[in-house]
Design a protein around this ligand. Structure first.
Ligand code: ZN
Length: 340
């Protein structure tokens, strides 16, 4: 007799190494300062364990558990949303579905690398540095995806005709520069997780990319504000809401609240980085919804997205980022030896 769905699900759940007891974790004073999170006083996993220890920690409670799960669930939500859209678009032949598909892939990459980074970075200070530089590859690929989506879906027709496909190259260069600044700031200021200069570099580089990507949208936004039609006011709403969500993300990322006001009370659940992750996923879902709305209203009909060109550009950015990471890894060792 064949097994029912519930029998198979039960066997799968039994296979997962659920921990029924809390595993011992350390206070901040017992781990290297490099691994500290600002105002998180406890719940740190043990460093220098086997890789399997960190894999199993996915099912245990510590100060990274929710950081891992929020982005894992986020990646699954994006996959689900792309699947729903497959009923409305033909991803093989409809050029206006390609920016949506490519943005979804960029978001999934960002969320998945972030989950892996939060799962494994506590192994050692060296792994911590390398892991967060991998996280920056995911974060900047998401920024590139956002810029590409804005350009092919919401750009002003006149500016689109001026820039053509060249704007993709401009965003790609800004993305790589953004990655370089994030990694440089991490290597230079990474030994002190509370260093404000690193945050300023991070926010400055991200904001620069955001404003560069927004240039082709500005004239259209002004046109929509001055226009009384229904689609124009919805378009204004979508653009303002997306900007507001980005603002909330940067606030949650930099403020470290509520743990800064009540240190030790939000070590496991509710700290600012978890809120930042949830806001990232909400923004990604909202960006997908907005792009879908613009496509359905025919507001992106002036653009001619090229899937092959978009995918080649993403691959080139990743290859350049990996090369930069490979070069910078030698500075990580030097930086850590200075610390010792
Ligand atoms: Zn994170």
């Amino acid at each position: 007799m064949t097994d029912s769905f519930y029998d198979i699900l039960k066997r799968c759940l039994q296979f997962i190494p659920w921990e029924r007891e809390l595993q011992p974790t350390l206070s901040a004073s017992n781990v290297s300062m490099v691994l500290h999170e600002p105002s998180i006083l406890a719940g740190y996993r043990l460093p220098n364990q086997r890789w399997l220890y960190y894999v199993k920690s996915l099912f245990q409670l510590h100060n990274e558990t929710l950081n891992v799960w929020t982005h894992l669930i986020g990646a699954l939500l994006i996959v689900h949303r792309l699947h729903i859209y497959s009923g409305e678009y033909d991803y093989l032949t409809d050029p206006h579905s390609w920016p949506v598909l490519a943005f979804g892939i960029c978001s999934i990459m960002c969320d998945f690398t972030s989950s892996c980074v939060h799962l494994f970075h506590s192994k050692s200070p060296y792994i911590h540095y390398i892991a967060f530089m991998v996280d920056y590859i995911g974060a900047t690929i998401y920024s590139f995806g956002s810029g590409m989506l804005l350009y092919y879906v919401q750009s002003d027709p006149h500016l689109y005709n001026i820039f053509g496909h060249w704007f993709l190259a401009i965003i790609a260069i800004v993305t790589v520069l953004n990655f370089l600044v994030l990694c440089g700031a991490k290597v230079y200021y990474g030994e002190d997780p509370s260093n404000l200069k690193r945050k300023y570099f991070f926010l400055g580089a991200m904001a620069f990319e955001f404003f560069t990507c927004s240039i082709p949208v500005v004239p259209r936004f002004i046109y929509c504000v001055q226009n009384d039609e229904d689609w124009a006011s919805t378009a204004v709403e979508c653009i303002v809401m997306t900007m507001f969500l980005f603002f909330l993300q940067s606030l949650a990322f930099s403020a470290h609240q509520p743990e800064k006001t009540w240190p030790g009370k939000f070590d496991i659940i509710g700290h600012g980085h978890q809120i930042f992750h949830i806001l990232t996923v909400l923004t990604q879902m909202y960006q997908l919804g907005t792009a879908h709305y613009f496509n359905m209203q025919g507001l992106s009909s002036h653009t001619q997205p090229d899937l092959i060109m978009i995918l080649i550009t993403i691959h080139l950015i990743i290859a350049t980022d990996v090369m930069i990471l490979w070069i910078l890894r030698t500075y990580v060792s030097k930086c850590l030896s200075k610390l010792q």
